[in-house]
Structure formats: structure tokens, C-alpha cells
Design a protein around this ligand. Structure first.
Ligand SMILES: Nc1ncnc2c1ncn2[C@@H]1O[C@H](COP(=O)(O)OP(=O)(O)OP(=O)(O)O)[C@@H](O)[C@H]1O
Length: 124
């Protein structure tokens, strides 16, 4: 394999290892995975339009991306020092805030996209 290609493969493997490590070690990330599977199953059952799938995928991805950055920031802070410090708290709380915003976005998208078809199935 050429130098460029092997470098690309290594970068790809490192990125996958980072995602795997986060799933392995972070309970919240596993919760997001289960939630995504449930949403995808309901969406398939409701036979959504393509644009509705796009919103769901964007919402799921945004939560995973926020959780990955949150984990990276937590690890970086802990690597620097385990001492209690207001800046360490601020960094971790801010990163957690990003996950909260992404999760609220996902809940909003899920309600708008899945709410009407689910309502129809359950109550009409
Ligand atoms: N070094 C520190 N100094 C001050 N406060 C801290 C420090 N480390 C953690 N905290 C506080 O404790 C909270 C939880 O931190 P922790 O590192 O345990 O994250 P966590 O519970 O694993 O978060 P998550 O559930 O998102 O994985 C932080 O949001 C922060 O408010």
C-alpha cells in the first residue's frame, strides 16, 4: 500500500477506535445507541419520507458527535490534572451543555417527525 493510503487507513482505524472506546466506556453513549436503534425501528415502521429520514439522521448524528467531543474534553481535562478546579468544572459542564443542546434538538426532531404518524397509528 502506498504511504498516503496506509496513513489514511491508520487515521480511519484511529477514528473508529475512538468511537469504540467511547461506546465501551461511556454509559450515556450506549444509551444514545439504543435510543437511535429504537427511533430507526419506529421510523422504518412508519415508512417515513426521505427528507424526514434526513432530519432523524442529522439529530442522531448531532447527539453522537456532541457526546464524542464531551468525552474527548473530559479525558483531556483528567489527563491534565485530577485536582478539583473551577476551570476543570467549567470545561466539563460546558461540554455536557453541548450534549444537552444536541439531545433537546433530537427530541424536538423526533417529536415533529415521528409524532404525527405515531398518533395516527395509536389513536385513529
Ligand atoms: N477536576 C474537576 N474539578 C471540578 N469539578 C469537576 C472536576 N471533574 C469533574 N467535575 C464536576 O463533576 C461533573 C462530572 O464529571 P465527570 O468527569 O465525572 O463526568 P461524567 O459524570 O463522567 O460525565 P458524563 O456523564 O457526561 O460522562 C462535571 O460536569 C463537573 O461539574
Amino acid at each position: 500500500m502506498s504511504g498516503w493510503r496506509s496513513r489514511e487507513v491508520r487515521s480511519f482505524r484511529n477514528a473508529v477506535a475512538g468511537i469504540w472506546e467511547t461506546f465501551r466506556s461511556e454509559r450515556h453513549m450506549r444509551f444514545h445507541l439504543v435510543a437511535a436503534f429504537i427511533v430507526i425501528a419506529i421510523a422504518a415502521w412508519c415508512k417515513l419520507e426521505r427528507w424526514e429520514w434526513l432530519w432523524l439522521i442529522a439529530a442522531i448524528s448531532s447527539v453522537w458527535v456532541a457526546e464524542l467531543f464531551n468525552t474527548a474534553i473530559e479525558r483531556t481535562v483528567d489527563r491534565h490534572s485530577l485536582d478539583v478546579h473551577p476551570l476543570a468544572k467549567a470545561a466539563k459542564d460546558t461540554a455536557a451543555g453541548a450534549v444537552l443542546i444536541a439531545a433537546l434538538f433530537a427530541v424536538t426532531v423526533g417529536s415533529i417527525v415521528l409524532g404525527p404518524p405515531l398518533w395516527k397509528v395509536c389513536f385513529q
